[in-house]
Design a protein around this ligand. Structure first.
Ligand code: T1G
Length: 697
């Protein structure tokens, strides 16, 4: 008897129980156990109906993703689902938690479904680059019709129990939290009423209603924009369409063909890597589940500007009271007004209610003195990038805040160790680098200082989860992980334009790769003056930072979107970047001044120079221990800069290309172009010589 799936009878109800923590995923053991338990139930003459229920926090949450890419072992899930559907005794699935993917498909193979009101169901395979591969694309539309099935399957969004009831995905919803009691009661009702076996595959009325409609063409057209560059959403539509054009058996065959196409696509590999990497990043080297974590009940933020305001919103959203400190009442009032306006705009879009706007605003207060921080558990400094100012503030906070309060900086380029040295509590100092807009972007780079304690690191990681950020622990160096690699890409992009490419050609190569924005459109969004002042600061510090045509734009006051002109021009109230002949003139003038003879540059060269320089820098970041694993770099880029998750992040993407190819190209550029950024990373050379990948580290 399987120990992950058991069978026992309660009265006239045969109970099949799955118990495979953490989420009852359909591993080989679970699939085999389900078949064995079903056979027992079939043979049990005293069992009139069968009940499928799960222990732990959720009903089956899908196929076991850890088995992907390995040889599939029988029984495959489709055959398990078919065996349940072909049972001659009615089977009831009792759903709690999240019935997802193969979990929902298994429930759809049962004859009735009862769910707790807190439960959710969904077919999120598309988020892994797949499609429901155990009959979901054929059974779901038989219950919901084409439109809703297409929406659920191409977005992977979950549906709450009450909506699932309205869509006939479940047959009953029960309040309370005892799923077994709810399941037994419903099963008893089915037995008492002599309800028949009702196979979803035999339901056809919803199919008739949509037969011949153009819903599929309409959906494909809509996906062109929403699913730009993606593979599986379009296969999802093909599979659901088969339910309306083929008999069930043929439809399931068509689904299987399409599923295998998705399973073999590189996008599935990238998305599955991203799925696990997002969970692995929270497991930080040197920390464990036993590392103590401090309770963060109240927070202070210094600076009510764009970053400070956005940061404060994250805490209000999580129900944590936050006080913003400014030097002038006018700046404070302006900052609070911007926060309110952001919430009002979100409410206008229907994403939050007006009551939530007021509730969150009530959690945000302002002050002109650090005396109000005497009892806060955490302060996050978010003033502009001046070393002296930050050090002064941290000295003052050290005096104003209680012992044990954590002092964090949102700095994006300055040294956390240098800032910590301005206090007598370096063990309580850490970097919390938010990405703009801070209340939207999910990435939080958590920058450990030399002296930052494990308790403070663990507290920061736990806090990231609480404010719904993806926290990545990184070391302290110029630009940490994300910006350090971004600066290399930016320098290459500017050099490519110096040499003959246009900004829009460079940007298109990056958006074709899957980034939401190109390098220069992103500079315009952030403000060209930011890069300009960083380059000026580094020149002042004596670094050899080459002159740039972008300096000229900044000096002409073309700062980007905020001045309706930067690398691109912008029409009033429109963020769409428009190439500007004036910029072409500035670039041509700059080339002439510098004696540069421009040349045609291929898209491939742009791709290699912008992306391989990042991979090479990422290898150096790993060598230096600034990132512990290549997946930390992947997640930083996916959640901080929009690197397409279906490519798995820059290091996973490099693995797929082949590190030998990357290294050969880096060496060639080092010969041709020179520059520290093209010096091949020793780790890259080592991995190639050993035939290993970044993901092997
Ligand atoms: N397989 C293996 N492990 C899984 C898993 C899965 N499907 N889902 C979660 N885990 C692990 C996860 O790695 C973590 O492990 C722990 O469970 C808790 O997860 C044929 C082919 C269920 C909503 O896509 O959306 O079915 O880090 O931190 O925030 O058509 O996990 O503790 O070691 O995310 O409470 C379809 C994916 C698969 C669901 C819970 N199913 N999972 O969220 O916890 S494809 C999915 C989730 C499929 C069929 C096809 C979430 C969750 P560890 P967690 P959570």
């Amino acid at each position: 008897m399987s120990e992950v799936v058991t069978y026992n009878r309660e009265g006239s109800i045969g109970v099949i129980t799955v118990n495979y923590p953490p989420v009852n995923a359909l591993s080989h053991a679970v699939r085999s156990g389900l078949v064995a338990a079903l056979e027992q139930g079939q043979k049990d003459a005293d069992a009139k109906v069968l009940l499928l229920v799960c222990e732990g926090r959720t009903f089956i949450a899908g196929a076991d993703i850890r088995e992907f890419g390995k040889p599939m072992q029988d029984p495959g899930l489709p055959s398990v689902v078919d065996q349940y559907e072909n049972s001659d005794k009615p089977i009831i699935a009792a759903i709690h938690g999240t019935a997802l993917g193969g979990g929902l498909e298994t429930a759809l193979g049962c004859h009735y479904r009862v769910a707790l009101s807190s439960a959710k169901v969904g077919l999120p395979e598309v988020k892994l680059g797949l499609l429901p591969g155990a009959g979901g694309t054929q059974r779901l539309p038989r219950l919901t019709g084409a439109q809703k099935a297409l929406e659920m399957i191409t977005t992977g969004e979950f549906v709450g129990a009450k909506d699932a009831l309205a869509l006939s995905i479940v047959d009953a919803v029960e309040d309370g939290s005892d799923i077994k009691a709810a399941g037994l009661a419903y099963a008893q009702k089915v037995a008492d009423e002599g309800k028949p076996v009702r196979r979803v595959r035999d339901l056809t009325d919803k199919l008739q209603a949509d037969k011949g409609s153009d819903v599929f063409e309409q959906f494909r057209a809509g996906l062109q924009k929403k699913a730009r560059g993606l593979f599986s959403p379009f296969k999802c539509v093909d599979a659901v369409e088969a339910a309306f054009s083929l008999p069930f058996e043929d439809g399931v065959k068509r689904e299987r063909e399409l599923f295998m196409e998705c399973m073999e696509s590189p996008q599935r590999a990238g998305l599955v890597h991203s799925f696990f990497a997002e969970r692995e990043v929270s497991k930080v080297k040197g920390l464990s589940k036993d590392t103590p974590v401090r309770d963060i009940r109240t927070v202070g933020v210094i600076g009510a500007g764009t970053m400070g305001g956005g940061i404060a919103m994250n805490f209000a959203n999580a129900g944590i009271p936050v006080t913003i400190a400014e030097v002038k009442q006018e700046a404070l009032d302006k900052g609070l007004a911007v926060i309110r306006r952001n919430y009002e705009n979100t409410a206008k879009k229907g994403r939050i209610t007006q009551a939530q706007v007021e509730e969150r605003m009530s959690l945000i207060s302002g002050t002109l003195t650090y005396d109000d921080f005497s009892d806060v558990d955490l302060v996050i400094e978010a003033v502009f990038e001046s070393r002296d100012l930050k050090r002064k503030i941290f000295g003052q906070l050290d005096d104003a805040c209680k012992p044990g309060a954590i002092l964090a900086s949102n700095t994006s380029t300055l040294s956390i160790d240098d800032i910590a040295a301005a206090t007598k509590r370096p063990q309580d100092v850490i970097g919390l680098h938010f990405f703009s807009p801070a209340n939207v972007m999910k990435l939080l780079e958590i920058v450990r200082g030399e002296k930052t304690s494990d308790e403070v690191k663990a507290t920061a990681m736990a806090l990231a989860k609480k404010i719904r950020k993806v926290g990545v622990m990184v070391g302290n160096c110029y630009g940490f992980v994300g910006n350090r690699m971004l600066h290399k890409r930016g320098a290459e992009a500017m050099a490519l334009v110096n040499e003959g490419a246009s900004p829009q050609q460079v940007d298109k190569v990056l958006t074709d790769l899957g980034f939401p924005m190109g390098q220069f459109a992103m500079s315009d969004l952030a403000g060209i003056d930011i890069g300009y002042s960083i380059r000026q600061e580094r020149r002042k510090a004596g670094e050899d930072v080459p002159a740039s045509w972008m300096d000229k734009l900044a000096e002409q006051g073309r700062l980007g979107q905020k001045t309706q002109a930067g690398v691109y021009k912008y029409e009033e109230g429109n963020r769409k970047p428009i190439p500007d002949p004036e910029v072409d003139r500035v670039i041509a003038e700059f080339r002439e001044e510098q004696g540069i003879k421009s040349r045609d540059i291929t898209d491939q060269e742009i791709l290699e120079r912008c992306m391989y320089v990042m991979v090479n820098e990422g290898a150096k970041i790993l060598e230096e221990g600034i990132a512990d694993r290549s997946l930390d770099i992947d997640i930083t880029w996916i959640y901080g800069y929009g690197f397409p998750a279906y490519r798995g992040g820059p290091m996973f993407w490099a693995d797929q290309i082949g590190l030998d190819i990357i290294l050969g190209t880096v060496e060639q550029f080092y010969d041709d172009l020179g520059g520290e950024q093209w010096k091949p990373a020793a780790l890259l050379q080592k991995l190639v010589s050993e035939g290993r990948k970044f993901s092997d580290l």
